[in-house]
Ligand binder design. Structure first.
Ligand code: CTP
Length: 400
């Protein structure tokens, strides 16, 4: 998809600039024409010589060459580009982009460019979360720029959190998909469950789990961007659903999630059960606050309904049902058992024994088991990339 495309890679002054070498190499390997603009400070992090060699073009930094007055026209560059990728994008550069502070070649080119712009932020976790930075990122997205979210992990500061630039492979795959402009789910109606459920114990306490909803939301975004009309039934999470193609229904308990799924399943072509539904709920929840006593406390729990298994029974010939299994032991046997028992068309296994997989992480490592007996393992990757793999498998199932 990137073959023959003219791509400007903008590199700013963050430690992740070292990854720009690999990013350039991947773009060249994909047969793109690459021109690189660096901010002056970016040269402190990675040498122009390395990037000029990899991109096969001289590096652009200044408005003009002081030796001979040769003008680096930001207007011409902006018109040349089919895509502008800014990776890494620092808080400083994003702030300037959001406010048209045109004090270097990268910003003037950004303001002149008519092509799609992809921004891969990098910074320390507290900078990333700062309201000023969030406001700038929102502004940039509202101008139509695409944000390639950073990943969580160890940062250059030694702190651990969100702010690590997406891996070069993730960035290339994101841009590639944009140009592929896949609309392979156009017109398909897809129901997705996501997040945890909270089961009330008393007025202030609940039984819950650590699900963040990130995997379900990533699948919803991916499918909506490929043309699907998504109904996202989600338990309590602190995530926003961004795409217009997503209708979001918020629920709290397993019973509420069950009732919404029952209500909507029939009118959908596919249901993807990514929620971590509580298997048990307190039998006699209290409306007041339970008072502390000295003796042991026993809270009687009763089973919830298995939403997926019930949809598995209702499923018609022309519908697909996809499940998840989060396991700690006997992973394959358990996943295959659930595939059969709940009448899934395929099941996505994530094992808590794999580092970076499962609850809360921005990454996941999955294996897909199909009804035909296939076992398809995937590498650890960002949940956004994993969502693409799951969508690709679903597209195959729908073709059959
Ligand atoms: N599921 C569901 N409703 C429930 C429990 C699970 O829809 N009450 C769905 C999950 O969304 C997932 C699949 O069933 O797609 C498997 O969930 P999991 O918790 O791994 O399995 P359980 O059947 O709950 O079995 P166990 O907890 O014993 O592993």
């Amino acid at each position: 998809m990137l073959s023959g495309k003219n791509i400007i890679l903008g590199i700013t002054g963050g430690i992740a600039a070292y990854k720009a070498a690999n990013l350039t190499r991947l773009l060249i390997k994909a047969e793109a024409n690459v021109k690189i603009i660096m901010t002056p400070i970016a040269k402190e992090f990675i040498t122009p010589l390395t990037l000029a060699t990899l991109s096969k073009n001289p590096i652009l930094v200044d408005f003009y060459n002081p030796e001979n007055g040769d003008w680096n026209s930001h207007v011409d560059l902006g018109l040349w580009a089919d895509a502008f990728i800014i990776a890494p994008a620092t808080a400083n550069t994003m702030g300037k982009m959001a406010n048209a502070i045109a004090d270097n070649l990268l910003i003037t080119t950004y303001l002149s460019a008519r092509c799609p712009v992809f921004i891969a932020p990098t910074m320390d976790l507290d900078m990333y979360k700062h309201q000023a930075n969030e406001k700038n990122m929102e502004a940039l997205q509202s101008f139509g720029n695409m944000l390639i979210e950073p990943e969580s992990g160890e940062l250059a500061s030694g702190l651990v959190g969100k702010g690590r630039m997406a891996e070069p492979e993730t960035i290339v795959s994101f841009v590639n998909d944009f140009f592929a402009n896949k609309a392979d789910f156009a017109g398909k109606k897809i129901l997705i469950t996501a997040g945890p459920t909270h089961e009330k114990i008393d007025a202030v306490r609940f039984v819950g789990n650590n699900s963040s909803g990130k995997m379900g939301f990533a699948i919803a975004e991916e499918l909506a961007s490929r043309g699907a009309l998504v109904t996202l039934i989600t338990g309590p999470v602190s995530l926003a659903s961004k795409h217009n193609g997503i209708t979001r229904i918020n629920v709290t308990t397993a019973k509420e999630m069950h009732d919404e799924c029952q209500k909507y399943f029939q009118e959908h072509d596919v249901a993807i059960m990514a929620a971590a539904v509580a298997d048990y709920t307190p039998k006699n929840p209290l409306d007041t606050k339970l008072k502390k006593k000295t003796d042991n406390l026993v809270v009687e729990l009763e089973p919830t309904k298995d939403i997926a298994a019930e949809l598995g029974k209702l499923k018609k010939e022309n519908q697909k049902l996809i499940g998840f299994a989060l396991e700690t032991d006997n992973e394959q046997v358990n996943a295959k058992g659930k595939l059969e028992k709940k009448n899934f068309d395929f099941i996505v296994l994530n094992s808590l024994n794999d580092t970076g997989a499962g609850f809360q992480h921005d990454t996941n490592k999955i294996t897909i088991f199909t009804r035909k007996g296939e076992e398809i393992p995937f590498e650890l990757n960002a949940k956004t990339v994993v969502a693409k793999k799951i969508a690709d498998q679903l597209a195959k199932e729908l073709e059959q």
